[in-house]
Design a protein around this ligand. Structure first.
Ligand code: HH2
Length: 257
């Protein structure tokens, strides 16, 4: 899954693809580099990010989804607003990537169910404004697993087709570095919920805290964590650097045989 951020303030590429034509060109490049899914987002979820009004998010996302639908195997829309998801589905998106796991907008579950869309349910403790303020868990893997199980049940109860749901531990969303490491090691336990696991470590700050690297310098850590996640059972890797990631995946799977 390649990341297409149509935002001025995303933590690693904010402003680079705010212009729709730049975002579309970038999405095409990611598809050519091997992304099966393009994840188009118009609102940053980085810690402390300011919420974006629905009209503005729609304006950013809709033309980019429309242009990229058909370019990759699937386009997902990274939003927690049902109005944005609906416009993106109308424009050709097939998947809704909701970092609030259907808790952000009461209309979202029915929309995804009615439209037969794919759905990513992600774990986040709190919201982006507050999530990194002293996150605490007893057993982080068990708590995230139980949360995802409950959200999966709620989505299915709302009519979403279970076979179209993916689960995501939400690396960096209300977690310390230790929590992120435990969750990456705990992927086999999350996979026991019976749905594909999506993992997004790309360029995140816990990588930078291991060696002092800035967001642009975190490709090595992104690849290390993503390959470890795939080896542990993650089926979808959400990354900014698709070309390097797909080479790493090809070589790793050749070695594993
Ligand atoms: N991470 C980010 C955004 N959306 N969605 C899922 N399902 N899983 C993730 O780990 C995830 C996500 C953060 O990365 P990015 O989009 O590059 O940054 P920003 O939120 O600042 O736009």
């Amino acid at each position: 899954m390649g990341v297409v951020n149509v935002t001025p303030d995303s933590f690693s590429d904010g402003g680079r693809y705010l212009d729709p034509s730049a975002a579309i060109a970038h999405g095409r490049e990611l598809a050519e580099a091997g992304a099966a899914i393009l994840d188009v987002g118009g609102e940053s979820t980085r810690p402390g990010a300011a919420p974006v009004a629905v009209d503005e998010e729609l304006r950013r996302v809709e033309p980019v989804v429309a242009a990229l639908a058909g370019v990759a195997a699937a386009v997902s829309v990274d939003t927690s607003k049902a109005a944005v998801a609906e416009a993106a589905l109308d424009a050709g998106a097939a998947i809704v990537n909701d970092v609030t796991a259907l808790r952000g907008d009461p209309e979202m579950a029915a929309l995804v169910a009615d439209r037969g869309a794919g759905l990513v349910l992600m774990h986040m403790a709190g919201d982006p404004r507050t999530m990194q303020v002293n996150p605490e868990y007893g057993d982080v893997v068990a708590e995230v697993r139980d949360f995802l199980a409950a959200r999966l049940e709620a989505a299915v109860a709302a009519g979403v087709d279970e076979s179209r749901i993916w689960l995501d531990p939400g690396i960096g969303f209300g977690k310390t570095d230790r929590h992120n490491f435990e969750l990456l090691r705990g992927i086999p336990e999350l996979a026991m919920l019976g749905r594909p696991i999506l993992v997004g470590t790309s360029r995140k700050s816990f990588i930078g805290r291991q060696d002092g690297s800035t967001a642009e310098g975190r490709l090595g850590g992104t690849i290390a964590t993503s390959i470890l996640a795939a080896t542990a059972g993650a089926e979808i890797l959400r990354v900014h650097d698709v070309s390097e990631m797909s080479q790493a995946l090809k070589v790793a799977s050749a070695v594993l045989g």
